[in-house]
Design a protein around this ligand. Structure first.
Ligand SMILES: Cc1cc2nc3c(=O)[nH]c(=O)nc-3n(C[C@H](O)[C@H](O)[C@H](O)COP(=O)(O)OP(=O)(O)OC[C@H]3O[C@@H](n4cnc5c(N)ncnc54)[C@H](O)[C@@H]3O)c2cc1C
Length: 180
């Protein structure tokens, strides 16, 4: 099977095209990449939906015109929308972090978390997160360590907001592998 290297970690195989018209991207382990493909394309390539089941609303031109309308009407994010999007990003970063990161990758991740704590747009959330960092240095020695560290940081906020704690043994199912 031929593969084309599009990025050091991601690949397309035989220029396979998904139902949305985009190329299917694979991880280095040969599995379809969840965070690189749309949900529809991911479902198609993992056999959850047929490759011929192209819903009308996924056609490129309609999607583009809907997007234009949405762009015009969307408001800036509030603390909740910003938070949800940011946690999605942070947990997804952990899901793609190397299983055995080298020193440079570990240093980059520590720097990223440190800078993130200074620029997070909800300033009072950022202040609390900085305090959390001082008491709980980021664990960057492996993907699982980092994933659990972000999970615990997220739980700290959940508790502060009176929400349930997430079981951090399940972080990889939620943010990388899925539940099946
Ligand atoms: C660094 C940071 C600090 C924040 N501080 C504050 C704050 O001080 N005050 C405030 O009001 N809001 C804060 N927020 C926002 C807040 O955490 C939520 O994102 C927001 O309230 C929306 O909550 P939600 O119920 O939609 O789900 P979220 O808490 O955003 O979670 C999204 C999804 O993540 C999963 N999840 C939940 N907990 C965990 C976990 N521990 N590990 C892995 N996955 C999990 C669940 O599937 C959940 O549906 C902060 C956000 C960030 C990123």
């Amino acid at each position: 099977m031929s593969s084309e290297n599009t990025h050091d970690k991601n690949f397309v195989k035989n220029n396979q095209i998904g139902v949305t018209g985009r190329k299917i991207i694979y991880d280095e382990d040969g599995k379809p990449c969840r965070s690189c493909n749309t949900l529809l394309d991911f479902q198609m390539v993992t056999g959850k939906i047929s490759s011929t089941a192209t819903p009308g609303h996924t056609s490129k031109s309609l999607a583009q015109s809907n997007q234009t309308l949405l762009f015009n009407k969307q408001d800036p994010p509030d603390v909740e929308e910003l938070g949800k999007s940011t946690w999605t990003f942070l947990h997804s970063v952990a899901a793609k972090y190397p299983q055995t990161p080298n020193k440079e990758q570990q240093g980059d991740m520590k720097n990223f978390i440190n800078i993130f704590s200074k620029i997070y747009p909800c300033t009072w959330c950022a202040d609390d997160f900085k305090d959390y960092l001082e008491q709980n240095a980021p664990k960057v020695g492996s993907r699982d360590e980092l994933g659990k560290w972000f999970c615990e940081a997220h739980n700290e906020v959940n508790v502060k907001l009176g929400k349930e704690k997430f079981d951090c043994n399940l972080w990889k199912k939620r943010w990388k592998d899925g539940w099946e």
